[in-house]
Design a protein around this ligand. Sequence first.
Ligand SMILES: Cc1cc2nc3c(=O)[nH]c(=O)nc-3n(C[C@H](O)[C@H](O)[C@H](O)COP(=O)(O)O)c2cc1C
Ligand SMILES: CC(C)CC(=O)C(=O)O
Length: 404
Amino acid sequence: MEDPSSWINLAEVQAVAHKKMTKPAYDYYASGAEDEIALREAQMAFKRIRFLPKMLQGLPEKCDTKVKVLGGRYTLSSPLIVPPMAMQKLAHPDGEIGACRAAKMHGVSYCLSTMATTKIEDVASAHSSTVVPPSEGESLSSLKMFQLYVYKDRRVSESLIRRAEAAGFQALVITVDLPPLGHREADIRNRFHLPAPLRLENFIGESTTTEIDKKGASSGLADHSQAHFDSTLDWSIVPWLRSVTTLPIVVKGILRADDALMARQHRVDAVWVSNHGGRQLDCTIAPIDALPEVVSALEGSGIDAWLDGGVRRGTDVVKALALGAKLVGVGRPVLWGLAAGGEKGVSRVLSMLKEELGTSLQLAGAPSVRDLSPDFLVMPGMTPFCRPSSQGGGGRRGIVGSRL
Ligand SMILES: Cc1cc2nc3c(=O)[nH]c(=O)nc-3n(C[C@H](O)[C@H](O)[C@H](O)COP(=O)(O)O)c2cc1C
Ligand SMILES: CC(C)CC(=O)C(=O)O
């Protein structure tokens, strides 16, 4: 199991990572808040959705996964994104650099966390200098983005944004579902802290102390976020961000249609449907269940809906795309790949997921990700019926009781 090429699914990678990681590091990555209902539900909700595949569609040999995002500004090779995840050197010395390089090599977008163990500028230059060979004659394209936690001291946030912009990050993702930090019992029990010599590299030389570096009485994460993150944010944060940056703004952590409407009113560039991997408020709705309402709130606005949470299979990606997500994030499996095999491990995780995505598109009968729609799915509790049209071809389908 040492050789990443021997792994055949993402669950297997987690088992390898588990054996290699220290208990506090594994628990920090794996766990959710409180009873972990939201964590489990995010995955289970995908499994309740069924496909209604189309046959004899005259598919190309390889289905097209290109997507246009951020108001059509960018065409990307893949709808996959590595969401922001803190402290990636806890998994492996390759850390954020290994993860972002592997993502770029696969045409997968990468979002760097504020709470990284590698400096913004170092990640940017590793990403820029990664040369991606053309794949089947096409050059792969993806984005690098920066995720922001807003600090009580706005000068800290402003400096992070300016550094990310200067370093060439192409979008700013602001996370709105934290603080305060969710009640993560494993981290409290383990008195989680970042072991030396690892540090939150974006804050070296600044007045922001980290708390995360020291073993305290409780979780260092909770201490840090309570001390420094602004828990009083409201929608006026969007105009403030606009006053600081010209980057597209993505709001991450939305689960409600009325919040999506507020995001629309504030002209953000994308709404990222997420429950933070079940690490914040427990018992939230699964992101995939929240997606259809958010998509309909954004309809006609040109604002993208992105999604993460519980994505573990290519079929999960297809379901999210069919329900209207433009980008789909896969979180923990990337960390498991990193822990189990460094950059090569991440690369294997992404290649398995891309392969599953390609196969699932073919089996569902969609020539491209842009051809997907709710018509390919049967939602829980709904009875599908398919009616041939009176003209022959292209039958009509409905789902009894469906809100889609
Ligand atoms: C270890 C870990 C660290 C995370 N750190 C951040 C972070 O710094 N910023 C953020 O917005 N989300 C963070 N997240 C949440 C992810 O961006 C993402 O929403 C979540 O992991 C998706 O769920 P999944 O792991 O089931 O794919 C983190 C998640 C994990 C597992
Ligand atoms: C340091 C934390 C605030 C990072 C985070 O978002 C998480 O652990 O989920």
